[in-house]
Design a protein around this ligand. Sequence first.
Ligand SMILES: Cc1cc2nc3c(=O)[nH]c(=O)nc-3n(C[C@H](O)[C@H](O)[C@H](O)COP(=O)(O)O)c2cc1C
Length: 89
Amino acid sequence: MFSGSCCNHYVKDCQAIGACIQNMLLTIHELDLGGVWLGEILKNKEAVRELLSLPKELELMAIVAIGHPRDRNQKSSRKALDEFIVFEK
Ligand SMILES: Cc1cc2nc3c(=O)[nH]c(=O)nc-3n(C[C@H](O)[C@H](O)[C@H](O)COP(=O)(O)O)c2cc1C
């Protein structure tokens, strides 16, 4: 996923890309495939740019790895919602 965003819309564009990736991951799940959002790759974004010969105005946002999961039974833990959502009283 890449952004070619200018400064005025940068935050909103990053949010939109995040939402797009989440929708992609839900669709991947619906198609009975496996998908992983990879953000650590950002540490090597210049190497990715060179590898893919990408123009300077495109900024790497993430990689989404898609494939056929070997193991479908793994469970992951989640933090409780109230750890990061403020419910208005
Ligand atoms: C913004 C973001 C970046 C992530 N980056 C990585 C990553 O670079 N490497 C990785 O192994 N998992 C990464 N993850 C976590 C996986 O995408 C996935 O959520 C995690 O493996 C748990 O899997 P589950 O959602 O099926 O429980 C990232 C998740 C998010 C939301």
